[in-house]
Design a protein around this ligand. Sequence first.
Ligand code: 13P
Length: 256
Amino acid sequence: MKKDIRRAVIAGNWKMNKTRPEAKALIEELKPLAANAGCEVVICVPFTNLETAVTLTEGTNVKVGAQNCHFAKSGAYTGEISADMLTEMGVEYVVLGHSERRQYFGETDETVNKRTKAALEAGLKPIVCVGELLWERECGITEEVIARQIKLDFFSVSAEDLKKCIIAYEPVWAIGTGKTATADQAEEVCAFIRATLAKLYGEETAEAVTIQYGGSMNAGNAAELLSKTNVDGGLIGGASLKAPDFATIINAATNG
Ligand code: 13P
């Protein structure tokens, strides 16, 4: 029961949505709604909106994140963005290992591990996503899948660095499907993630790490999910594109 020592973090993952004018409008709508948030508020926007987001949120409590970064410092990687390029702009967070990147863009635990280390080295706070597929849950191997991802994604990451990371538990079957994990299912896996971290890093480190739930979290179900002991925040897709809905989730985290 150490929920009170952890940062509650509500992060929006805009995915591939919003042109610059649309991003500007959404951020301007969100800013006053998030002004009294009792949790950390992050918006993870497409690369093309990062500069807009950093400029518009300056002096506010809304932080900006990217949705990926490459693991090399620089070089011949056409189409890629380095971690240093992000920190230089004022970006603080980066989503890594999202299931959509694993599914559509060949992301593996090995590359998630490399990206996590590169992001930490550049001073970014990684939001590392883990989660099981539906058939893995049905086969009863959810815990094996999650433990494997945690061990591989954080391989050779120090305890000190781990505390700078957020882990997002996103069951793949709940993403964009409208099928939310029940609060008990979310708590069960988030608690398992913490127990796995405790085995690897010790209790004190494990208790300090913020663990989010993601997957069809919305204004209606956020309060119950966020009330759970090991659910310290949320990574929100669809509902983060509507400022009032996202604000309701922020308020739920503030009270939860
Ligand atoms: P949805 O909230 O749209 O299900 O997306 C969740 C997600 O993938 C956040 O990263």
